[in-house]
Unconditional design. Structure first.
Length: 403
């Protein structure tokens, strides 16, 4: 069998290669006898189909990236050389693909490349934001500080996403339950009612006629509904991926009552934190605006931020640009931005804004769950009540007629 290995020499250099041996243990033993410290080894032969499937769906999660960044920042600020820190972290990583890429990073850095250039080889793992902060740290000589900023930023972003996802679990369960009740009533219960009504002379009320129509559609034409829903969802998704579609949907989301206000706070918090992290990492404000604009996540905000970038390069005030869009940048944001410009500490003032809006988002998320719970229960109860009424009323009429 052939194995691909990663190892360190006595001099501390990273070495990779292929070795042939009867087993992985034998291969490691041979490498050790050659005075190589093995940091990773895997078979190069084709794995069984089930193993390949597991590896195919193995992906690097946000948690993996947060842990990697935190460990790297701690080790680097403690004085461990970058290539050694990367190798040590790779040894603890269980996911083969992620481990391989970190070892490649270590090897590239060991070969004389800058860390930012090595990171840019893996855009699927490390975003423009990540690479830009590292590059700024390299240029300004504050690499350790930049890595700490990155670790803090990724951790905050991960925690925020986790809270938002957690807040949506209960509403999602209620929606699924509602759909389940609807299908149960229309597919299994209504046909029995129809059979009873056909044997009587009672004229069913309007609500029952609607329920019977829905039941007929669900039992005989369900595939048409499925095709329509799938086609609309697929078409909407594909359109949203185009430049025009993304612009339309991004603008539409911000106009939805209630949801729009929440999203604006979310984008302001994200932009403020990204901008603060980039400036604190040593990036000029024009470049910081460029990078934070690309990753803000909304086309409307991106255009405004890019306009600010262009006007800042001409010597204009960044606050003046934001103030000209009161529907998207609050007066608080503009006031804090102005204070930052006047004091020369815009990175600190916008981070204050980011912290404020993050707390607002947390409160809104908690309130949203508390508000949605009774609303969804009422909706579910109302729907079940209407369907029950559609069943009970004609049965009562039949019973009364029999009397």
């Amino acid at each position: 069998m052939k194995f691909k290995y990663w190892a360190r020499t006595k001099e501390g250099r990273i070495q990779t290669g292929i070795i042939e041996a009867s087993s992985k243990e034998v291969a490691v033993g041979v490498l050790k006898s050659n005075q190589l410290y093995v940091t990773g080894i895997e078979s190069t032969e084709a794995a069984p189909i089930w193993a390949r499937q597991i590896k195919l769906f193995e992906r690097v999660s946000a948690t993996d990236l947060v842990m990697f960044s935190r460990q790297l920042s701690v080790m680097f600020t403690s004085g461990v050389p970058l290539s050694e820190a990367l190798t040590a972290i790779a040894e603890q990583i269980k996911k083969a693909k992620f481990k391989e890429k970190i070892l490649e990073l270590a090897q590239t850095v060991e070969g004389g490349s800058t860390f930012s250039k090595a990171l840019s080889r893996f855009p699927e793992l490390f975003s423009d934001f990540y690479v830009s902060v590292v590059k700024a740290g390299e240029v300004s000589g504050t690499m350790g500080k930049s890595l700490v900023y990155l670790a803090d930023h990724l951790e905050r972003e991960y925690n925020l996403r986790s809270r938002l996802k957690g807040a949506m679990i209960y509403p999602a369960l209620v929606v699924v339950a509602t759909i389940g009740v609807f299908v149960l009533m229309t597919v299994f219960i209504m046909p029995q009612l129809i059979a009873v009504l056909e044997g009587s002379k009672v004229e069913p009320p309007a609500i029952t006629k609607v329920a019977i129509g829905l039941s007929y559609f669900m039992r005989n034409w369900w595939w048409v509904g499925l095709i329509l829903v799938t086609a609309l969802a697929a078409g909407g998704w594909r359109y949203s991926k185009t430049l025009e579609g993304k612009a339309v949907f991004d603008n539409l989301y911000l106009k939805i009552p209630g949801v729009g206000g929440f999203l604006k706070k979310l984008y302001l918090a994200r932009f403020a934190e990204n901008l603060s992290t980039l400036i604190s990492g040593g990036l000029p404000i024009s470049q910081a605006l460029e990078v934070s604009g690309r990753i803000v996540g909304n086309n409307v905000y991106q255009k405004i931020i890019f306009e600010a970038r262009d006007r800042v390069t001409k010597g204009e005030s960044i606050t003046a640009v934001f103030a000209s869009y009161p529907g998207f940048f609050t007066s608080l944001f503009c006031q804090m931005s102005l204070v930052g410009e006047k004091t020369g500490h815009i990175d600190k003032t916008v981070m204050t804004i980011a912290n404020f809006y993050e707390e607002e988002i947390n409160r809104t998320t908690e309130n949203l769950v508390n508000i949605l719970e009774p609303i969804l229960i009422l909706v579910l109860g109302g729907m079940v009540g209407l369907l029950m009424a559609a069943v009970v009323i004609p049965l009562y009429q039949i019973s009364a007629g029999g009397l």
